[in-house]
Design a protein around this ligand. Structure first.
Ligand SMILES: [Zn+2]
Ligand SMILES: [Zn+2]
Length: 90
């Protein structure tokens, strides 16, 4: 009878990190601590905050819906971080 509830609380536990991270981002934007930026790929202004690491809730990448979906679909290496040092050529 409470199978649904059990499933829900299991989901919450599994996703608590995500949930907390998104709440932290929303709060930081609200308080001006974090500034929303354009999509790092195409510059679109309607963006989602993407977390590479949910244990660093304010370390986000800004991606429009399309590129956000692509990133999750193809993996995080699809759009390398701009701060990543250039590969050494040999
Ligand atoms: Zn984009
Ligand atoms: Zn994401």
């Amino acid at each position: 009878m409470s199978e649904k509830k059990a499933l829900q609380s299991r989901w919450r536990r599994a996703n608590l990190h995500k949930y907390d991270a998104h709440r932290a981002v929303a709060a930081a934007i609200g308080s001006g601590k974090l500034e929303r930026q354009g999509c790092e790929v195409c510059g679109a202004l309607r963006v989602d905050a993407h977390h590479d690491h949910y244990d660093e809730p304010l370390n986000v990448r800004w991606l429009c819906r399309r590129h956000h979906i692509q990133l999750h679909f193809y993996g995080e290496d699809m759009f390398p971080l701009q701060s990543r040092p250039p590969k050494e050529t040999e």
